[in-house]
Design a protein around this ligand. Structure first.
Ligand code: AMP
Ligand code: MG
Length: 314
């Protein structure tokens, strides 16, 4: 294990280096332009919720992170999904976005993916009464805008990194999880991403209770992931949402969830506070990593926290 002196020296060279400087500039353009684009489309920006009795249950190996306060247990936000659904009840908020810090205590094995951090930031949007298609079209335009803005504003930095960014065509190609499993096997994501030269959609993922099951085709889901080309893997996840009490309870039971922590959320669904909606979220650091062409997401974050690490300094 490295000494604190050695680790601080490494941190100093990272902070002083051109690679991180380029990534920070790219990331800053992504943040600025995503907000400008969404405001331009009539979205309003909400502030993030950072602690709450409930957060996204996530169906993949992430430990709960919480704090005890006056006899209550508050979870650190893993994603804003449940609060996005609730916030749409405001007449001001038919189209919302949040630049949302997420804490996910990922299993140590995820260190090897190059795209997982323990804390990261999502740009998370949701639209009342929208369909999967509406959210996918919006994402395609947003990604095209972000890629071309980064290309223009960070031309010198990207050239220095030897990275050529291609603005994708729209619509993105569309595949399904079923088709990709048949072609690439159960862990299709890496090989599929490596086979792409532009971002593509992957539809129909069986996952958390809030992504809507297709009422016309039970066992299939009205959700979508955007995948980066070049082996960079998942960029964004979204879906149409379940909003009816009975369906939410059914989905939670099927996922073998303990319903008790969600009693207030379920009561909100029961009294009709949730509306039909669709939305998505994408990781800002992952997009900066992709645009810079870095192997590891840690290289875009000045204070990166890798899964499984015990060498946190700052
Ligand atoms: P999810 O809700 O798991 O689909 O996460 C939404 C988006 O956040 C993903 O598509 C990624 O872009 C990003 N993301 C998820 N987990 C992480 C992580 N541990 N580190 C960095 N980015 C992440
Ligand atoms: Mg996802």
């Amino acid at each position: 294990m490295k000494s604190v002196r050695e680790m601080v020296a490494l941190q100093a060279s990272k902070l002083g280096g051109a690679r991180l400087a380029a990534a920070l500039k790219v990331q800053s353009v992504v943040l600025r332009e995503a907000a400008a684009f969404l405001h331009g489309r009539g979205f309003i920006q909400l502030l993030p919720v950072m602690v709450s009795p409930i957060t996204d249950p996530l169906n993949h190996g992430v430990a709960d992170a919480g704090i005890d306060y006056c006899g209550s247990r508050l979870q650190l936000t893993k994603s804003m999904i449940l609060h996005k659904q609730l916030a749409l009840a405001s007449p001001a908020a038919s189209k919302i976005f949040i630049i949302s810090p997420n804490v996910r205590l990922e299993i140590p094995e995820r260190a090897s993916t190059g795209r997982h951090l323990l804390e990261f930031t999502q740009i998370d949007f949701e639209m009342r009464r929208a369909s999967a298609g509406d959210a996918m079209r919006l994402t395609e335009e947003l990604f095209r805008h972000l890629f071309s803005s980064a290309k223009a504003a960070c031309a010198a930095e990207l050239a220095e990194l030897g990275r050529e960014v291609k603005v994708p065509c729209k619509p993105f190609a569309v595949r399904t999880t079923g088709g990709l499993k048949a072609e690439f096997g159960d862990s299709w994501e890496a090989d599929f991403s490596a086979s792409l030269s532009e971002p593509a959609w992957v539809l129909d993922h069986e996952r958390e209770f809030y992504d809507r099951e297709d009422p016309a085709a039970p066992g299939h889901y009205l959700n979508y992931d955007a995948v980066y080309p070049g082996g960079f893997g998942e960029a964004l996840s979204g879906g149409e949402r379940e909003f009816e009490h009975a369906r939410i309870v059914g989905r939670m039971r099927r996922n073998k969830m303990d319903l008790r922590p969600y009693s207030a959320y379920l009561e909100a669904a029961r009294i009709g506070m949730l509306s039909p909606s669709a939305g998505a979220g994408f990781g800002v650091e992952r997009m900066a990593r992709f645009l810079c062409g870095f192997e590891r997401i840690e290289d875009v974050s000045p204070f990166a926290k890798s899964p499984g690490s015990d060498g946190f300094l700052f």
